[in-house]
Design a protein around this ligand. Structure first.
Ligand code: GDP
Length: 365
């Protein structure tokens, strides 16, 4: 499964946010999986479309889709030098598919800030520097090996060295690897390096409780927004402390609390959706009277692989898929009308599944 890792300097609110995530996950009773790793939090992906389909189909059972957040605490300045167990944390970041960087934007005299004052851009620079240094290290080691192989005259090796040099140059200029425009071929050449700064990133700006309803009034959030825009990264303002409180509530109590804050939904929901998008994930649905269910795929997956997410047999024996887009189904109001309108498509092995497709698979066992 794809995972988003939560990183940030100490005392920025990572644990508070992660606790809200695990609490929210624990309360979603209809989630069929569970995890025993305390650093992994499973969350449901909030998706209104699922509940619209439930209204149409009236199934016996509903199952949302989910994905994982990993808590990667302990990243500090000097991590790339192996200080403070630093290398272990960098290794954990290597394993995630996207990074959620929690940045402190709340003022609180009682809570020490590692650098003495609230300074979101300074914090971002500190963490980014560690990731960049770790990447330079990976690249240097690879370059040493590749350069030896250059003599063989292999064109691929020459190309690899060229890409590595280009990446290194960018990193030396404090630019993350993701900022470099690489072709698919070039990306493939360096993929197994799992460069930390190649991973997509979003900034979760943690504001104080009093600002939860109006996060944009926080000047630090604006500063981070400006920075992220230049990088092409997303910003999700959130109040970790408020999210922890929201996660404790259910049903009407939750609605009332959100309303008091002037929110239409929790910040956690926004964060989950943003992370899902960052991971390059799509949702498709199956909608039978037994069960309406959301399934997660990677963007670009073809019908057989998407079927394989349900069961490997579905992929192996795939014949074809009956597909209707979510919009067409909702507009039609029923599968019968979809068929009348000729909007139920038969798709084969090469069909690239779209976000929101409602699918029914035909397969051989
Ligand atoms: P971590 O070290 O990044 O995991 O940070 P924690 O989640 O442990 O938070 C550090 C301290 O900051 C704790 O005492 C939290 O209660 C507090 N904290 C977290 N978010 C907020 C916030 O939005 N406002 C205030 N006032 N305190 C917060």
């Amino acid at each position: 499964a794809l995972k988003a890792g939560i990183v940030g300097l100490p005392n920025v609110g990572k644990s508070t946010l992660f606790n809200a995530i695990t609490q929210a996950g624990a309360e979603s009773a209809n989630y069929p999986f569970c995890t025993i790793d305390p650093n992994v939090g499973v969350v449901e992906v909030p998706d209104e479309r699922l509940y619209k389909l439930v209204e149409l189909v009236k199934p016996n059972n509903v199952v949302p889709t989910a994905f994982e957040f990993v808590d990667i605490a302990g990243l500090v300045a000097g991590a790339s030098k192996g200080e403070g167990l630093g290398n272990k944390f960098l290794a954990h970041i290597r394993e995630v598919d996207a990074i959620v960087h929690v940045v402190r934007c709340f003022q609180d005299e009682n809570i020490t800030h590692v650098s003495g004052k609230v300074d979101p851009l300074g914090d971002i620079a500190t963490i980014n520097m560690e990731l960049i240094l770790a990447d330079i290290d990976s690249i240097d080691r690879r370059l040493e090996r590749s350069k030896k192989n250059l003599k063989s005259g292999d064109k691929k090796v020459a190309q690899e060295v060229e890409v590595l040099e280009r990446l290194k140059e960018a990193l030396y200029e404090d630019k993350p690897a993701r900022s470099l425009e690489l072709t698919d071929d070039e990306k493939l050449l360096v993929r197994d390096l799992h460069l930390l700064t190649m991973k997509p990133i979003l900034y979760a700006t943690n504001v104080s409780e009093s600002e939860a309803g109006d996060t944009e009034g926080n000047e630090y959030v604006q500063i981070v927004r400006k920075f992220a825009e230049a990088e092409g990264a997303e910003v999700v303002p959130i109040s970790a402390k408020v999210e922890a409180e929201i996660a404790e509530l259910e049903g009407e109590d939750k609605e009332m609390f959100l309303e008091e804050l002037g929110l239409t939904e929790s910040g956690l929901n926004r964060l989950i959706r943003a992370a899902y998008k960052l991971l390059g994930l799509y949702t498709y649905f199956t909608a039978g009277v037994q069960e309406v269910r959301a399934w997660t795929i990677r963007q670009g997956m073809k019908a057989p692989q998407a079927a394989g997410v349900i069961h490997t047999d579905f992929e192996r024996g795939f014949i074809r898929a009956e597909v209707v887009s979510y919009d067409d189904l909702v507009a039609a109001g029923s599968m019968a009308v979809v068929k009348e309108r000729g909007q139920l498509r038969l798709e084969g092995k090469e069909y690239v599944v779209r976000d929101g497709d409602v699918m029914h698979f035909r397969f051989n066992v």
